[in-house]
Design a protein around this ligand. Structure first.
Ligand code: NDP
Length: 295
């Protein structure tokens, strides 16, 4: 279906980049946005302007949605629900997994199939080799439009539960935000004594490189095996020792007059796992507290 039509609803930074990618691939592209003027540059590049959401739905089976959130989709199609019948809605907006599951039921109630998705690149990354998108929901609907959707990035299907795409997306965001924010904290800490970010960067790069490697410092593969085996050896570096160290980190931030929220959250998590009896195990044992915070 290399030249199958596609509709893009929502022309913010992301939706506009997606519409542009479809146009660049030569696909017949219909666009609609609440603030109509945002369609102008795309119309100049060959997009069809839909004057209403119902008109946008009528342009073809595949409707890609990129809006602020899921309520925006309900606002958009309010009064145009009859036009949803037979459509494949691919919503790549942010939401909670539960919102996505409810939206799948809403779409089915109007005769449409909802494929949910989470885009793993910023707008300039759309259509580049680094781009990939998590999808969940009805796989046959995704397969029908796979070729068109590959224009945006690699199609990565994670399962039938409509909430799964957002679960994966949010899991990735959790790692992305916490890793980068911890780097900001680290820079601020050495910065409190006059060091620059550039002074710290080589050590940060070394750590991040080591984390994913296969060597003795390749923490990601090692900890993954521990988690799946539910065995957290701590003879060489016990959680208790690290809980004490984490409290020192918080004090270092406080002494330097810096924000202590994030280091404090780590200290509290480690202390809770220590108090729950994991002190002689390794750091990975904190997953037990993350999974069962009341235990
Ligand atoms: P923008 O803020 O640039 O655009 C938001 C879009 O949502 C606009 O088209 C806006 O319309 C529309 N919108 C908001 N509320 C409503 C409503 N009630 N009814 C109709 N339309 C509405 O956001 P982005 O384009 O950056 O992001 C879009 C989605 O993509 C978000 O869910 C975001 O989480 C996700 N995403 C974004 C990434 C990024 O780096 N930008 C990366 C990965 C995912 P209007 O123009 O009229 O205001």
């Amino acid at each position: 279906n290399g030249d199958a039509p596609v509709t893009v609803i929502g022309l913010g930074a992301m939706g506009a980049a997606m519409a542009e990618a479809f146009l660049k691939d030569g696909r017949p592209t219909t666009v609609w946005n609440r603030t109509a003027a945002k369609a102008d540059p795309l119309v100049d590049k060959g997009a069809q302007r839909a004057s209403t959401p119902a008109e946008a739905l009528a342009a073809g089976e595949l409707v890609v949605i990129s809006q602020l959130d899921y309520p925006a989709m309900y606002d958009t199609f309010a009064g145009a629900e009859a036009a949803l019948d037979g459509k494949v809605l691919v919503n790549l907006s942010s939401g909670t997994p539960q919102e996505l599951r409810e939206a799948a039921g809403w779409a089915a109630g109007h005769g449409a199939r909802l494929v949910t998705g989470g885009i793993m690149v910023p707008p300039p990354g759309i259509g580049t080799p680094d781009s990939y998108v998590f999808y969940s929901g009805p796989e046959p609907a995704l397969d029908t439009h796979r070729k068109t959707l590959e224009t945006l990035g690699a199609v990565t299907y994670v399962g039938a539960d409509p909430g799964l795409a957002m679960l994966y997306y949010q899991a990735m965001l959790m790692m992305f935000w916490s890793t980068l924010t911890s780097y900001f904290h680290a820079v601020a800490l050495v910065g409190s004594a006059g060091a620059t970010a550039e002074d710290l960067r080589p050590f940060a790069a070394r750590l991040y490189g080591q984390l994913t490697g296969d060597g003795p410092m390749g923490f990601l593969p090692i900890l993954t095996r521990e988690i799946d085996a539910r065995e957290y050896p701590g003879e060489q570096n016990s959680l208790h020792m690290q809980a004490v160290g984490a409290a020192h980190v918080v004090e270092a931030f406080r002494d330097a007059g810096l924000h202590t929220g994030m280091p404090g959250a780590l200290r509290d998590l480690f202390a809770q796992a220590d108090a729950a009896g994991h002190g002689a195990e390794g750091l990975t044992s904190v997953i037990e507290v993350i999974r069962d915070p009341q235990a």
